[in-house]
Structures are given as C-alpha cells and as structure tokens.
Design a protein around this ligand. Structure first.
Ligand SMILES: NC(=O)C1=CN([C@@H]2O[C@H](COP(=O)(O)OP(=O)(O)OC[C@H]3O[C@@H](n4cnc5c(N)ncnc54)[C@H](O)[C@@H]3O)[C@@H](O)[C@H]2O)C=CC1
Ligand SMILES: O=C(O)[C@@H](O)C(=O)[C@H](O)[C@@H](O)CO
Length: 317
C-alpha cells in the first residue's frame, strides 16, 4: 500500500477523470475530491468507477469510499480544490478552457498544491498564460486508461519549477501501481507518445481512405505485429535485434533504401480543422467502418479491455 497520503482533487470526471479517481483511490490513501459540471455526474461515477476499481474481493467499493470520506463529490471547484495537495485537470481538450480553468484553480487552491493537466497535447506554456505563478503548472499526460496504463509523460514548460517536476516523478514512482513516469525534455504538440500514436493513426486512416485495407484488417495487422512486439521491445530495440550481428547499424544499412522509399511515399489525410480544409469524406468512411465493425463501446468491453491490458502489462514485469 502506498505511503502517499496526498489529497487529490480531480477537475473533470470524464473518461480520464474517473480512471484517475480509481487510481488514486486504489493506491493512494488521501481523499479524492471531484468536481464536474455535468448533470449526470452521480450516475456516471456510479456506473463507471466500480468497473475501474475492479471486482476483486479487496477492491474498494464506491459506497464505502464515500462513507469513509475518501471520495467526495463536490458542488463547486472551490470546494474541490480547498484542501487538495494535488489538483489534476481533465476537462475538454480546448486551450481556451484550460487557460481559464487554471486561472480559476490558482485562485481556489492552497499555496502548496501541485497543478497537473492531463492534456493530450496542449503545452503547459500555452495553458499557463493567465496564471500568476506559471512555475506551478505541469503536464502529467496519461495513456487511457490511466488506472492501468503505466506511462505518465511529465512535460514541464520552461517556467515549471524543478520541485514540481520532481514531486510528480516521486508521486507516481512511490504510488505502488507500477506507473512509469518519463520526463519529456522539450515541449512539442502531442509530447512523445501521442506524436507516435497520431502518425500511426494518420497512416491507418489514409490506408482505409485509399481502400488499401479495411478498418478491422488494419486493427488485426497492428494487433498481430507491432502491438505485441511493442509490449516486449520498443522500436529501437526491436530494430537493433533485427539488424543481425551489427544490430541497428546493420538494420539501417540493410534497409535504408526501402525505408526511405516508404518515407517518400507518404501522403497525408488531414482533419477538416480551421488549419486544413480538405476532403474530409475519409472521416465518415473511418467512422462508419469502425462502428459497423465494433458497435459503440459498452461497460463490458471496457472491463474486458482492462483485463487484457493488465495481462499484457503483467508480462512486462
Ligand atoms: N480520452 C483519452 O483517451 C485521453 C484524454 N486525455 C485528455 O484528458 C482530458 C479529458 O479527456 P476525456 O476524459 O477523454 O474527456 P471527456 O469529454 O470524457 O471528459 C471531460 C469532462 O470535463 C467536464 N467539464 C467540462 N467543463 C467543465 C468545467 N468547467 N468544470 C469541470 N468539469 C468540466 C465534462 O463534463 C466532462 O465530464 C483532455 O484534455 C484529453 O485530451 C489524456 C489522455 C487520454
Ligand atoms: O492514447 C491515449 O490514451 C492518450 O495518449 C491520449 O491522449 C488520447 O488518445 C487522446 O489523444 C484522445 O482523447
């Protein structure tokens, strides 16, 4: 059991917020105060949190956590922040929202509270622009679901204090959940994990758009190759092992022509955002094929995903 008796406040209880609530409740020992503007917050917590807490005999129960005062659903941001040592934000992935909420949190929080944003890719140096003390804000980016996925990307802005970075590293290392914090040295959109993930997604969408492969077969290809391999070896080690006696140097020598030909062959799809206006018909094709293949996610599927993810992660130990 972790020794981290820190009180954690979660602002935003959607997919990520509920998952982080499960993580802190299961491995931490402080209170978890939560605030969300959604009208179905109570029902949402009651339907999703038990799944994430797990159904082992020793899994904590939501009702017990609430009666013990470890889990508090608050009616205001101020109430949720009041006695928190750590304040984590998992609101909408919109810069305007995050800028404003951090200025609001800074007014409501105690002087020593840590400020963590769960953002998928918006730099802390962009989010902190309305704050008085910009040294407090840090990106603490999880992979979904954070109650299981071990990676925590810690991405400081140039203003973030060293103490804030070290606190976040220590917290996740000491939590006892097997989480693996990695400090990212420079701010780029998407940090590192998502930059890799989104380039894979972009190419996958392009291949479906061009009729090279369907959605389900694309998923099968990744699940039957890179997926299990990345659970055992990352790309550099895998190619090092694939290069024969010379290792990655041999790999690069032997395959550089083919690799460069593939790199030169990439054409992109773009999302029809304000920066890019283009043929967004591929979006409908990807959505319709994915929905047709899988339907919409159900709680039972989240549970099945969690069981399988835990098994895969356990093989890494
Ligand atoms: N979904 C994912 O796979 C991952 C998401 N993230 C990041 O986590 C953050 C949240 O993402 P999700 O949980 O997927 O989004 P979500 O849409 O499921 O949840 C967002 C929550 O914020 C709440 N909210 C909106 N305005 C609010 C306000 N003023 N005060 C308090 N709560 C408010 C909403 O009611 C909602 O429950 C985003 O920044 C996202 O980029 C990070 C890693 C993975
Ligand atoms: O893939 C993940 O779980 C995270 O790295 C993310 O940030 C999410 O995919 C995010 O991009 C989608 O909300």
């Amino acid at each position: 059991m972790s020794t981290s008796k820190y009180n954690v406040c979660l602002i935003g209880l959607g997919s990520i917020g509920v998952s982080f609530a499960a993580l802190h409740l299961r491995y931490g020992s402080g209170t978890v105060t939560v605030f969300d503007t959604r009208s179905d917050l109570k029902e949402h917590i009651e339907s999703v949190l038990p799944v994430y807490l797990g159904c082992d005999t020793d899994s904590p129960k939501v009702t017990d956590l609430q009666s013990q005062g470890r889990l508090k659903v608050c009616s205001s941001l101020k109430e949720a922040c009041d006695e928190a040592d750590i304040i984590q934000e998992q609101g909408p992935e919109q810069l305007d929202f995050k800028r404003k909420i951090w200025a609001e949190i800074e007014k409501a929080a105690g002087p020593g509270a840590q400020f963590w944003t769960s953002t998928s890719g918006i730099a802390a140096s962009l989010q902190n622009e309305l704050m008085q003390d910009q040294s407090r804000l840090l990106v603490v980016h999880p992979f979904n679901p954070p109650h299981i996925m071990p990676l925590i990307e810690i991405v400081p802005s140039p203003q973030t204090s060293t103490a804030a970075i070290q606190f976040a590293q220590r917290y996740f290392t000491a939590l006892g959940s097997g989480h693996r914090p990695v400090v990212i040295k420079k701010e780029l959109p998407g940090f590192v994990g998502n930059r890799i993930a989104y380039i894979i997604f972009r190419e996958a969408a392009y291949l479906v758009k061009e009729g090279v492969v369907g959605v389900e077969d694309l998923d099968t290809i990744l699940m039957a190759s890179l997926g299990p391999r990345f659970a055992v070896q990352g790309p550099f080690k895998a190619y090092h092992m694939g290069g024969g006696v010379k290792g990655i140097r041999g790999f690069m020598d032997n395959l550089s022509t083919t690799i460069q030909d593939v790199w030169d062959s990439y054409e992109y799809v773009d999302l029809a955002t304000k920066k890019h206006q283009n043929d967004s018909a591929w979006i409908e094709k990807v959505v319709k094929e994915t929905e047709s293949a899988y339907g919409l996610p159900t709680p039972a599927e989240f549970n099945s995903r969690d069981i399988k993810l835990r098994e895969v992660i356990d093989t890494q130990k």
